[in-house]
Ligand binder design. Structure first.
Ligand code: ZN
Length: 285
């Protein structure tokens, strides 16, 4: 089931208790998630784990940027983003939690992704987008309030559909303009004003490939913290049309036999990969 996908809460439920931030400047013990971009700083040569406060790398700016995001194994869990230019001491390394590198296990990748998503929101929510006033935190949640105009602001999580379209034993795949030659995946796109999820599926598939779909079925969802999407997965059946890539966002589109798909559609931790593995084979043989 999709709850068990990396970056969803179920993966870390037994270890992590999320909490809204609290101002506790004196409480600095506990575990630290030290992020360098989309990579987690760990100690080399030991079992990979979060860093306790006494093992923090020198040079991390710990006093000004840390934020407590909850509790990990009963201890406070702090997140901190260090500069990409920070040269880590030789006993440390930064392991990516996005992309093909899977040296971090799914639990560590998931909590690192959570921290990255929170830091992204925190760094972009200092000021009111309505009047420009400085925001203050609303207690007991991640929201912020503007004392000047009373607007309230909450974390921006962007819903995005992703859909596997089938025509008999063929699957509809696309290559995004930003991807390298030979990399294909499913149609995906952001919800627009006024759209239901099914309407978004229909529109995105038609816009990107010229194909009409029917029998749209929800199959699962995944938090995707790069930087802050909610991926909502569907399958659908071909209803009509000829494949025609839009040539702008999608440079190639086509039908691929389910037994002869391009190499590794979707990243290893993505819902795209999970949908391919779960729904990629026809069951009517
Ligand atoms: Zn305001």
């Amino acid at each position: 089931m999709s709850n068990l996908l990396p970056f969803n809460s179920t993966i870390i439920n037994e270890l992590f208790k999320p909490m809204p931030p609290e101002d506790e400047p004196d409480l600095v013990s506990g575990f630290y998630l030290v992020l360098q971009g989309y990579a987690l700083v760990v100690l080399k040569g030991v079992e990979l784990t979060l860093l306790l406060s006494e093992f923090l790398p020198v040079g991390a700016d710990l006093e000004n940027k840390k934020i407590r995001i909850g509790f990990w194994e009963g201890k406070p869990l702090w997140a901190i983003q260090v500069s990409p230019d920070l040269i880590l001491p030789p006993e440390y390394e930064a392991l990516p939690f996005q992309g093909a590198d899977t040296r971090l296990d799914n639990k560590l990748a998931t909590i690192a992704g959570r921290a990255a998503q929170i830091i992204y929101w925190e760094e972009r929510s200092h000021f009111c987008s309505h009047c420009g006033g400085a925001l203050v935190r609303i207690q007991e949640c991640w929201g912020k309030r503007c004392p000047s105009c009373s607007s309230e602001h909450y974390p921006h999580i962007h819903p995005c559909i992703i859909v596997l379209v089938r025509r008999d034993k063929e699957l509809l795949l696309i290559r995004n303009a930003a991807w390298g030659v030979g990399r294909f995946s499913m149609v995906a796109g952001f919800i627009e004003f006024g759209e239901s999820l099914e309407e978004c599926v229909e529109r995105e598939v038609f816009e990107e490939t010229g194909i009409e779909v029917t029998n749209i079925r929800y199959v699962g969802s995944q938090s995707w913290p790069f930087p802050s999407q909610l991926m909502i997965g569907f399958t659908a059946d071909y209803a009509g049309g000829e494949v025609a890539a839009d040539g702008i966002e999608v440079v190639e589109a086509g039908w691929f036999h389910e037994d002869n798909l391009p190499v590794s559609p979707g990243g290893k931790r993505s819902i795209a990969r999970w949908i391919f593995e779960t729904y990629g084979k026809s069951t009517n043989e």
